[in-house]
Design a protein around this ligand. Structure first.
Ligand code: S3P
Length: 442
């Protein structure tokens, strides 16, 4: 029997002060997955020690790559030579981990099986199986889902026009392209996050970017890099929205990744009237980093659609909370990808927010919210989806009475220490565990 863990949230207290957030999840995944291909020692500081990234790291180790752990957030790995794994590679809940790993494994001279949690097994994999198969890969899924079975095959370059703007799909194809004969060209419909391109270029890969088109050629070897992962803009989104919606708040977050493929939420919030000051202070891991100051603001409703959606794709759960606090109507379109994330984030967020009394109209590719709305504290669920659990905790900060978010531990898939970070800013939130059902007290 396992204990039921939950966030207990009480509204009212303003968030104030200066802090930062853990390292970027996307860059941490790429650091170890690309590092294992580089000839020599890759040194990573600011690594995200979270559920998803640790799953990627374990698979790298299962491929025979030595990893020296200097601390929770600092590691060195010696890449260049992979050995066949002794069993299936388990990517846990990590969609990025399994899709990028599939591109890499398609080019290896040994077979592999990629698998993960029940939740990961529900996510669509045809989006990578189709282009990798076009490249000559021998990869098959189970009804288009994990587990994925990969056999050695000779790969050749292709030109691929992606039907959806997905950085995971783009990255899987580019990584397979490293092992393919000839050039591989990926055309994306919109500006999906470009961390793979930045890192591959820093490692000396023959990669060119022209607008939304990325071209890569095969390489004899990548050179290892030494870098510091900046704070994750997607994690920063939670304290930022919390500060905007809780009266009296004024917070500053330092060392945040400000890559423009990731900052769509901040642009939208500013257009809604948010007092958000963003200052670029330098570069880390080839990415712009800087400081974000967020102060309580009366937000106004807005319409979001088109290319902006991919630049804030992970932020829609927390954006729903901002929309509930905003005056007027917020309409989101073109966001159907939300339905195939860790959960169907349109359906799950709408259902959980309704438990707090919210009124939300779901559409096939988004939602409509009229605000501001009054929320009432209640018991809600995290659904083993980190961004749902963290968003619901912020909703609890503007709901009257107490809110309990059951299944809080999934927040650590991307943001270890979430409750501590918000509490450090003054919010009344704690992560607690109820004893297992049937446990006798006394
Ligand atoms: C990611 C890409 C996005 C994003 C995910 C991380 C990445 O997924 O939602 O959290 O690191 O490449 P898609 O590629 O499916 O859009």
């Amino acid at each position: 029997m396992t204990a039921v863990d939950y966030f207990r949230v009480v509204p009212g207290a303003p968030l104030r002060g200066t802090t930062t957030v853990p390292g970027d999840k996307s860059i941490s995944h790429r650091g170890v997955l690309l590092g294992m291909l580089a000839q020599g020692e890759t040194h990573i500081r600011g690594w995200l020690p979270a559920g998803d990234t640790e799953s990627s790291l374990r698979t790298v180790q299962a491929l025979g790559v030595p990893v020296e752990r200097h601390s929770a957030t600092e590691l060195t790995l010696r890449g260049g030579e992979l050995t066949p794994p002794s069993g299936p590679l388990n990517l846990g809940n990590a969609g990025t981990g399994i899709r990028l790993m599939a591109g890499i494994m398609a080019g290896q001279p040994f077979p592999s099986v990629l698998d993960g949690s029940e939740q990961l097994r529900r996510r669509p994999m045809n989006r990578i199986i189709a282009p990798l198969t076009q490249m000559g890969a021998k990869i098959s899924g189970t009804n288009g889902r994990a587990p994925l079975t990969i056999e050695p095959a000779a790969l050749h370059g292709i030109r691929y026009e992606m039907p959806v703007a997905s950085a995971q799909v783009k990255s899987a194809i580019l990584l397979a392209g490293l092992f393919a004969q000839g050039e591989t060209v990926v055309v994306q419909p919109g500006p999906a996050r470009d961390h793979t391109e930045r890192m591959l270029r820093a490692m000396g890969a023959p990669l060119e970017v022209d607008g939304n088109t990325v071209t890569i050629g095969p390489t004899d070897g990548l050179k290892p890099v030494d870098f510091t992962v900046p704070g994750d803009a997607s994690s920063a989104a939670f304290p930022v929205v919390a500060a905007l919606v809780v009266p009296g708040s004024d917070i500053t977050l330092t060392n945040i990744n400000l890559n423009s493929t990731r900052t769509g939420l901040f642009d939208v919030l500013q257009a809604m009237g948010a007092q958000l000051e963003i200052v670029e202070t330098g570069l880390a891991a080839g990415e712009p980093v800087g400081t974000i100051r967020a102060r309580h603001s009366q937000l106004k409703g807005i319409e979001v659609g088109g290319e902006l959606v991919v630049r804030m794709i992970d932020e829609f759960p927390i954006f729903m909370v901002a929309a509930l606090a905003a005056e007027g109507v917020t309409v989101v379109r073109d966001a159907q990808e939300l339905r195939v994330k860790e959960t169907d984030r349109i359906a799950v967020m709408s259902a959980e927010l309704r438990k707090l009394g919210a009124q939300i109209t779901e559409t096939e590719d988004g939602f409509v919210i009229s605000g501001p709305q009054r929320l009432t504290g209640a018991e809600v669920e995290g659904h083993d989806d980190h961004r749902i659990a963290m968003s619901m905790a912020v909703a609890g900060l503007i709901a009257s009475g107490e809110t309990r978010v059951i299944d809080a531990k999934c927040a650590a898939d991307s943001f270890p220490g979430y409750a501590e970070t918000l509490r450090g800013l003054g919010a009344e939130i704690e992560q607690l565990a109820l004893p297992p059902v049937g446990t006798k007290s006394g």
